[in-house]
Design a binder for this molecule. Structure first.
Ligand code: HAM
Length: 429
C-alpha cells in the first residue's frame, strides 16, 4: 500500500529538508521576539464553518466522533489562535507575539504545490492595530525568505488592503452587495482567462463598463491616477505609508503594491499580502493580513490582529529550484570496529563511554571482517574509527584512524575518550 494521495512519507532525506525549514522558521521568529504555541489538531467543526469562509469549509476533513460531536482536522491555525488568545486576553501582555508550526489538513484538489496536508509557519501579532504591527509582520515574512538565501530577485511580496479595494469599488459605483463576489473574481484573476473573469463580474451585477474598467485596473500599477476619488486616495495613501515603513527597514525591493490581492479567507479586514516566487510559476508561498474582528467573533474579546501563514510545500519547491537545499549528508563522529569476537565487550564498553560523552557512535551489530566494518564506517561518513584488537588490548591501547586524513596511531585506552572529544571539538571536527 502507499500513503493516501496528497499525504507525504518523509524519508530521512525529506525529513532533513523539513527539519531545516522548521529550524530557520524558529530562528527568525525568535529574532522578532515571537514565542511558540500550539493547539489541538482536531477541533469542533463550527470553529471553521462560522468564520473561515466558503473556500475552507468546502475543503474540511470533517466527521462525527464516537461522542456524536461534529469535528474537523484543523485546516488553518488562525481560529484556534483567536480562541486561545480571547480566553486569556486579560492576562496576556500585549502586543502578543506568537508563532506556531501546525500540520494542517485540507481536502483540496491535488495540484502542484497543493497537498492534503502541509506544515505552516503561523506568526501573529495580536492586541495592536497600528500600521507598524503590519510592517513588522511583513518584514518577518521577508526575513524568513532571506534566511533561506532567497533575495528580492527570487521572491516578491504583493501588498494590498481590503479597505483600499472597497473604496475603489465604491468609487467605480459598484454596489456593496456585489463586493464579495468581486473579491472572489479578483482573487483568481491571474489564473483565469479574461473573458471568464468578465463574465463572472457581470453575473455579480456589474455593468459591462464597470467590468471593463475593473479588469483593466488589475493589470495597471497606478490606481491612484485612475481613480481620482477623495476617499480612495486617503486609504491608498496609508497603504503607501505601510510600504514606506517596510522600505525604511531596507526591505522595500521585495514589496509591490498589487490591489488584486484580496485573499481567499473571509476574516481579513485591512492589509492583505501574499508572497510569490518572482517568476510566478508556483502558487503562493505565504499569505496573511489584518483580521481585527476574529477574536471578538470567536471569543467575545476585541483585539486588533495581524499575521501570516507560510506553507512548507511551495517553499520547499522553490528552495530546490534555486539550489538552496543543503546536501543531505548523514554523519557520525566515530565508528568502532572489533578484530575478534573477544574484543566485543571492550567495544561495547567504549561505545557507551563515548555516547555518554556526547559523541555520535556506531558499530557493526554482528561479527564481521574488519574490512567490512570499515566499509560501513565509510558509508556512514564517520570522521574517525577506533579499532580494538587482542594485541592492543594487552597493551591497554586502541588504534585511532583519522578517516579523512587517512592516518592512524595507537592511543592509550585510558585517554581515547578525552582524545576524541578534543579532536571533535577542534576546528576540523
Ligand atoms: P492561506 O493563504 O490559506 O492562509 O495559507 C497560507 C499558506 O499556506 C499558503 O500561501 C500556502 O503556502 C500554504 N498552503 C495553504 N494550503 C495549502 C495546501 N493545501 N497545500 C500546501 N500548502 C498550502 C491561512 O491559512 C491563514 N490562516 C494565514 C494567516 C495567519 N492569516 C493570518 N494569520
Amino acid at each position: 500500500t502507499t500513503a493516501l494521495p496528497g499525504f507525504r512519507d518523509f524519508y530521512p532525506e525529506d525529513f532533513a529538508l523539513r527539519a531545516r525549514i522548521f529550524e530557520v522558521w524558529r530562528r527568525v521568529a525568535a529574532r522578532y521576539g515571537f514565542e511558540e504555541y500550539d493547539g489541538p489538531p482536531l477541533e469542533p467543526l463550527d470553529l471553521y464553518t462560522q468564520k473561515s469562509g466558503e473556500e475552507i469549509v468546502g475543503q474540511l476533513y470533517e466527521f462525527t466522533d464516537k461522542g456524536d460531536r461534529r469535528v474537523a482536522l484543523r485546516p488553518e491555525m488562525t481560529p484556534s489562535l483567536a480562541r486561545m488568545v480571547a480566553a486569556r486576553a486579560n492576562g496576556l501582555k500585549k502586543p502578543i507575539r506568537w508563532f506556531s508550526i501546525p500540520q494542517l489538513f485540507r481536502y483540496e484538489r491535488q495540484q502542484r504545490g497543493r497537498l492534503k496536508e502541509h506544515f505552516q509557519l503561523n506568526c501573529d501579532l495580536i492586541g495592536d492595530s497600528s500600521p507598524l504591527a503590519d510592517a513588522e509582520i511583513i518584514a518577518l515574512s521577508i526575513d524568513v525568505m532571506r534566511a533561506f538565501g532567497l533575495t528580492e530577485r527570487d521572491v516578491k511580496v504583493r501588498l494590498s488592503d481590503r479597505r483600499v479595494l472597497i473604496a475603489a469599488l465604491k468609487a467605480l459605483g459598484i454596489r456593496d452587495d456585489a463586493h464579495g463576489a468581486v473579491f472572489g473574481v479578483l482573487d483568481k484573476v491571474a489564473r483565469t482567462a479574461t473573458d471568464r473573469s468578465h463574465g463572472a463580474l457581470t453575473e455579480a451585477g456589474l455593468t459591462t463598463s464597470q467590468a471593463d474598467t475593473l479588469l483593466s485596473l488589475t493589470t495597471s500599477r497606478d490606481w491612484d491616477r485612475q481613480i481620482p476619488d477623495e476617499q480612495f486616495l486617503q486609504v491608498y495613501d496609508s497603504l503607501q505609508k505601510l510600504h514606506g515603513a517596510v522600505d525604511g527597514m531596507g526591505l522595500g525591493a521585495f514589496v509591490e503594491i498589487d490591489l488584486t490581492i484580496v485573499r481567499g479567507l473571509a476574516y481579513y479586514t485591512g492589509t492583505v499580502f501574499e508572497l510569490f516566487d518572482a517568476g510566478r510559476t508556483l502558487r503562493a508561498i505565504c499569505g496573511g493580513g489584518r483580521y481585527d474582528n476574529l477574536t471578538s467573533a470567536i471569543g467575545g474579546v476585541e483585539l486588533g490582529a495581524v499575521g501570516f501563514g507560510m506553507g512548507d510545500v511551495v517553499l520547499g519547491e522553490l528552495l530546490k529550484e534555486k539550489g538552496l537545499v543543503p546536501a543531505h549528508a548523514p554523519s557520525i563522529d566515530v565508528f568502532l570496529a572489533a578484530i575478534t569476537a573477544e574484543d566485543m565487550p571492550e567495544l561495547l564498553k567504549l561505545a557507551h563511554e563515548l555516547r555518554d560523552a556526547g559523541v555520535r557512535v556506531e558499530y557493526a551489530l554482528g561479527a564481521q571482517q574488519v574490512g567490512k566494518q570499515l566499509k560501513l564506517a565509510d558509508a556512514r561518513n564517520a570522521r574517525y574509527s577506533v579499532v580494538i584488537g587482542p594485541d592492543d588490548r594487552e597493551k591497554h591501547q586502541v588504534i585511532l584512524k583519522d578517516l579523512r586524513a587517512k592516518g592512524q596511531m595507537p592511543v592509550p585506552r585510558a585517554e581515547i575518550v578525552t582524545e576524541l572529544r578534543k579532536r571533535l571539538a577542534g576546528a576540523d571536527g
